[in-house]
Design a protein around this ligand. Structure first.
Ligand SMILES: *Cc1c(COP(=O)(O)O)cnc(C)c1O
Length: 376
C-alpha cells in the first residue's frame, strides 16, 4: 500500500505533469511574470465556472478577505459577525483592520453559521456578516441573505474550503458558493480543493462598482498608475500560479467528485456506528469535502489520533481552539462568550485523509483501523 497522506499533491501533479510543465514554460518564455494572459484567462475561466460577473485574483485567501473588508469601507469599531468555529484567517483580518469581531454559534450538524444566533448578535454597529462554507459544505445562505437584507448588512462569503459547492434556494435556483453574497473570497493554497503550487486567492462579486473598488484596493489604491485614491495593498496572483490553476480549474469537478467518492466510502463503512457521526449534508447544499470530518461520541480522541498515527494513518483536528478562545483577541476586550456548541464540537471533531488520489486499499485500511479502535 502507498503511504497515506492527508493530502497528496505530488501524485495529483504527476497525473497532469505534461500540461502543467508546458504551461509554466510558456509563462517563462513570455516573460509576463506578473499579470498577463494566464491571469486574465484564469479570471474569466472562474467567472464562467462560477457564474459570477467579476473575479479579482489576489495573493492568498487571507488577503481576499481583507481586501473585501477594505473595499466595503468598513471602519474601526464596525462589528463583523463570523463563526468562532473556523480557520483563524476569517477573523484575523477583522482584527487586523481594527474592526470588532463578533463570534456566533454554528449548527452542530453542518458546522456552519447558525442563522438564529446571527440574528441575535446584530447590533446598531453591525456592518457585515462573514459566513464560512466550512469543510466544503455551504452555510445556510438563503436565511443569512434574508437577515442581511432586513438589516442592510454586507455579506462576505469565506469560500476558501468550498469552491465548486452548489447551493440550492427554495425556489430551485442553484448557485455556486462564493457568488451569492456581496463579495466572495477564496484561497488556492496547495491543499485546497482548487490548489496552486504556491499561494493564491481570489475575490468574487456581481457588482460592477465594487469590482472596480476591489481591484483598486488590491493594487495600491490606484486605477491610474501612480495616482493613489485610497489606501490599498499589494496583492497579486503570480502568472505561473495562474497558468497552473487554469489547468486545474478544468479538472475541479472531477477532483471534487473524487473527494465525494472517498466520503461515500467512509460513510458506508461508518454507517450505523453509534460512536461516529458522519458528515451531514443539508438538502440545500452539495458537499465538496475539503475535509471529511467525523464527530466522535464517547471515544477518547487523543488516543484515537495516537493509535492511527502508530499505524501510519494521519488525522487532523480542525480546529482545536475556536476563535473566541484565541489570545490574539485579548486586546479587543471581547465579551465573555458562551459558545457551548462550538466548544462541544471543538472537543469531538476529527478529520480523516481526503484527497483526489486515494485508493481502495488505503480507504479499507483507514476505516478498518478507525473501527478497530472505536469498537474495542
Ligand atoms: C485557507 C483558508 C483561508 C485563508 O487562505 P490562505 O490562502 O491560506 O490565506 C481563509 N479561510 C478559510 C476558512 C480557510 O480554510
Amino acid at each position: 500500500m502507498r503511504p497515506i497522506q492527508m493530502v497528496d499533491t505530488k501524485r495529483q501533479y504527476e497525473q497532469i505533469k505534461t500540461d502543467v510543465d508546458a504551461a509554466i514554460q510558456e509563462v517563462l518564455n513570455s516573460a509576463a511574470y506578473i499579470g498577463g494572459k494566464a491571469v486574465q484567462d484564469f479570471a474569466s475561466g472562474l467567472n464562467e465556472y462560477l457564474g459570477v460577473k467579476h473575479t479579482i485574483p489576489c495573493a492568498n485567501g487571507t488577503d481576499a478577505l481583507q481586501i473585501a473588508m477594505m473595499a466595503l469601507g468598513l471602519q474601526p469599531g464596525d462589528e463583523v459577525i463570523t463563526p468562532s468555529f473556523t480557520y483563524i484567517a476569517t477573523t484575523e483580518v477583522v482584527a487586523l483592520l481594527r474592526l470588532t469581531p463578533v463570534f456566533v454559534e454554528v449548527d452542530p450538524r453542518t458546522f456552519c453559521m447558525d442563522p438564529e444566533a446571527l440574528r441575535k448578535a446584530i447590533t446598531s454597529k453591525t456592518k457585515a456578516i462573514v459566513p464560512v462554507h466550512l469543510y466544503g459544505h455551504a452555510a445556510p445562505m438563503e436565511e443569512i441573505l434574508a437577515i442581511a437584507k432586513e438589516y442592510n448588512l454586507y455579506v462576505i462569503e469565506d469560500n476558501a474550503q468550498a469552491i465548486g459547492c452548489n447551493y440550492t434556494f427554495s425556489d430551485g435556483t442553484v448557485q455556486k458558493t462564493g457568488t451569492m453574497g456581496t463579495i466572495g473570497a477564496t484561497s488556492f493554497y496547495p491543499s485546497k480543493n482548487l490548489g496552486a503550487y504556491g499561494d493564491g486567492g481570489a475575490i468574487f462579486t456581481n457588482d460592477d462598482a465594487l469590482a472596480q473598488q476591489l481591484k483598486m484596493v488590491a493594487n495600491h489604491g490606484q486605477q491610474k498608475r501612480y495616482y493613489h485614491e485610497v489606501v490599498g495593498c499589494n496583492s497579486r496572483l503570480d502568472s505561473i500560479q495562474a497558468a497552473i490553476l487554469n489547468i486545474k480549474l478544468k479538472k475541479l469537478d472531477q477532483y471534487n467528485a473524487a473527494r465525494q467518492s472517498v466520503a461515500a466510502y467512509y460513510n458506508d463503512a461508518f454507517a450505523g456506528n453509534e460512536k461516529i457521526t458522519t458528515p451531514y449534508v443539508a438538502s440545500y447544499s452539495s458537499h465538496v469535502y475539503h475535509q471529511y470530518t467525523l464527530l466522535l461520541n464517547g471515544v477518547n480522541r487523543d488516543e484515537l489520533v495516537a493509535y492511527l498515527a502508530d499505524h501510519k494513518i494521519p488525522s487532523m483536528i480542525y480546529y482545536p481552539v475556536p476563535g473566541h478562545k484565541q489570545d490574539m483577541f485579548k486586546s479587543f476586550a471581547l465579551p465573555a462568550y458562551d459558545l457551548a456548541t462550538t466548544d462541544w464540537l471543538t472537543e469531538r471533531v476529527i478529520s480523516l485523509p481526503v484527497h483526489t488520489e486515494m485508493d481502495a486499499d488505503q480507504l479499507e485500511y483507514i476505516t478498518a483501523h478507525v473501527l478497530n479502535f472505536v469498537n474495542k
